[in-house]
Design a binder for this molecule. Structure first.
Ligand SMILES: NC(=O)C1=CN([C@@H]2O[C@H](COP(=O)(O)OP(=O)(O)OC[C@H]3O[C@@H](n4cnc5c(N)ncnc54)[C@H](OP(=O)(O)O)[C@@H]3O)[C@@H](O)[C@H]2O)[C@H](O)CC1
Ligand SMILES: [K+]
Length: 514
């Protein structure tokens, strides 16, 4: 699923007429008629649909929809916000039409017969919002929202709810909180991120009337964003060959663990087994080996290490290395990690305490350690770890969530799995995937270790690092969602781990009821 930024939407707006001779009014006519169709399909009873119309093109979309609904004999009325004579050209044209058609138009909220309204459709402002919502618009939204609550009126937004930043998902105070948002071409980035996502309600995507990917091919600042969803994963997952033996399915090596932190590499190793790696070895420091052996499932092989050369020996015949879970933050461990990264060039997934060794990558000596690898490293930090890696505050990262992930993945030439709400996968070329799965029950210790094991197992089975990060990240959350339908919290990382194989089987053979 493609996701558009504000700048991409505005570029399409500009290029449609300029380069392809497609007047913006055509796109608006499509947009408005789609809004009308969706509303008509939902419409109940004899009540009216009220359009809140700003004086830009977002408002004009609503005026087009009102005209189309009138044809369908659905009662409509309009509330005009702002000065009409200062509105966009298309707004003025559409306003003239609805006036000529005799549609009821209000300029004061006090005059609206709220008890006759079934739905409010907000076209106050869309991708044209600059900065924070202005005071007058906030006031209107607050009154409308309280009337909607009082009269049980359903709330719709056109393109993006008023007040939601179309790129970052940040919201102005008093933003419009919709039950549904009808958007055009592709969903906007800001409604895939929190808190914007909560303000958009259910998002309905309708065609724009122009093949926008074609238009965007020439866009200079073009780094695209996609939804990480089931459809994408179905295109990436490959059935296993009937004759695949354990050698063909790869061998994961997990290096981690320290005294009191043996669960982390153990969960990563077990998740690798459950995700289909042919073989899995977990290696821990010498003094932790006995504890590991007492706890780990029999399918996982065990080993131990003391030095970098031990790790070099262990990794020789392995398909992928997962480095970091529970490794601890001792200075000598950090040295081992750095020394090892400088010599080993194979596929690697870095997690947890491996990041401690890397420190602040933007300013520290480790900047450059990962950049020239033949297989870009996969890194799976949570926000706290990412804050340390980038030397920036969590708040600052959250404000520019997508862009922060993109900048880091490009600069360090890594596949970044940024574990947040939602998680992101950023590829070294700047392409971003926003995870569409996941739930609040996932916030438990050990979930990250399972993710590391899963991603590693997909690399072991022959997926490219980009693909493995996408498949692992999505299936981890998707499996948790399956568990979340039965109990929204309290399921364990190991529950996710154990279930993953059945979920993959279902996806590969939908008729299987496993
Ligand atoms: N390519 C597409 O996807 C298409 C999108 N369409 C629709 O067009 C809007 C974008 O329309 P645009 O005219 O560019 O802008 P808006 O209508 O969203 O907003 C402009 C008005 O908002 C005022 N404004 C700006 N910032 C603020 C603010 N912070 N608070 C309050 N009001 C604000 C602005 O006032 P100015 O004084 O600054 O001029 C304008 O009045 C898109 O979202 C789609 O719905 C097309 O219909 C089809 C193609
Ligand atoms: K809107």
């Amino acid at each position: 699923m493609r996701i558009l930024t504000k700048e991409e939407s505005q570029y399409i707006d500009r290029m449609a007429p300029e380069k392809y001779g497609i007047p913006l009014g055509y796109l608006m006519e499509n947009a408005g008629s789609d809004v009308a169709q969706v509303l008509a399909n939902h419409y109940k009873g004899a009540k009216s649909i009220l359009f809140l119309s700003g004086n830009g093109n977002n408002g004009a979309d609503g005026l087009v929809a009102a005209r189309h609904l009138m044809e369908l004999e659905i009662p409509v009325c309009i509330y005009l916000f702002g000065e009409s004579q200062k509105g966009s050209q298309l707004f003025k044209e559409q306003l003239h039409m609805v006036k000529q058609l005799g549609i009821a138009i209000y300029t004061s909220l006090d005059d609206i017969p709220w008890h006759t309204i079934w739905a409010v459709v907000e076209g106050l402002i869309g991708t044209g919002m600059k900065g924070e919502l202005r005071f007058q618009m906030k006031e209107v939204i607050e009154i409308v929202q309280s009337q909607c609550e009082l009269y049980s009126i359903s709330k719709w937004s056109i393109d993006i709810p008023a007040g939601v930043n179309a790129n970052t998902g940040e919201v102005s105070h008093s933003s419009f909180k919709a039950d549904y948002t009808i958007t055009f071409g592709a969903t906007k980035q800001g409604v895939c991120l929190y808190p914007g996502k909560e303000y958009a309600g259910h998002v309905i995507v309708k065609p724009l009337g122009i093949p926008f990917e074609k238009v965007l091919q020439n866009y200079q600042a073009y780094h695209n964003t996609w939804g990480l969803d089931i459809r994408l994963i179905e295109t990436l997952l490959r059935p296993r060959s009937a004759i695949a033996h354990k050698g063909r399915n790869g061998h994961t090596l997990v290096i981690g663990g320290s005294n009191g932190m043996i669960g982390a590499p153990l969960m990563a190793g077990e998740a690798s087994v459950h995700s289909g790696a042919g073989k899995t070895t977990v290696a821990v420091p010498d003094d932790c080996l006995r504890t590991l052996q007492n706890k780990v499932m029999p399918e996982v092989m065990t080993a131990s290490f003391r030095s970098v050369s031990d790790i070099m020996d262990l990794v020789k015949d392995k398909s992928v290395l997962a480095l970091g879970p529970g490794l601890g933050r001792r200075e000598e461990t950090a040295q081992i990690v750095l020394e090892f990264l400088a010599t080993y060039d194979g596929p690697i997934v870095l997690d947890a305490d491996a990041f401690y060794a890397l420190g602040d990558m933007a300013n520290g000596e480790t900047n450059g350690v990962l950049q020239s690898r033949s297989h870009p490293a996969i890194m799976t930090p949570h926000l706290g770890e990412f804050s340390r890696l980038t030397g920036r505050s969590i708040l600052d990262i959250q404000k520019n969530y997508v862009q922060s992930a993109r900048d880091f993945a490009i600069a360090q030439h890594v596949v970044l799995v940024l574990k947040g709400i939602p998680s992101l996968v950023a590829l070294p070329n700047g392409t971003i995937y926003i995870n569409m799965a996941g739930n609040s029950g996932m916030g438990t210790g050990g979930m990250g270790d399972v993710l590391t094991g899963m991603i590693s197992a997909f690399v072991a089975q022959g997926y490219e690092v980009n693909e493995a990060a996408l498949i692992g990240t999505f299936l981890h959350s998707y499996t948790a969602d399956r568990l979340g339908t039965k109990k929204l919290w309290g399921y364990t990382p190991s529950d996710v781990s154990v279930r993953i194989g059945s979920v993959i089987s279902e996806l590969l053979s939908p008729s299987l009821n496993v």
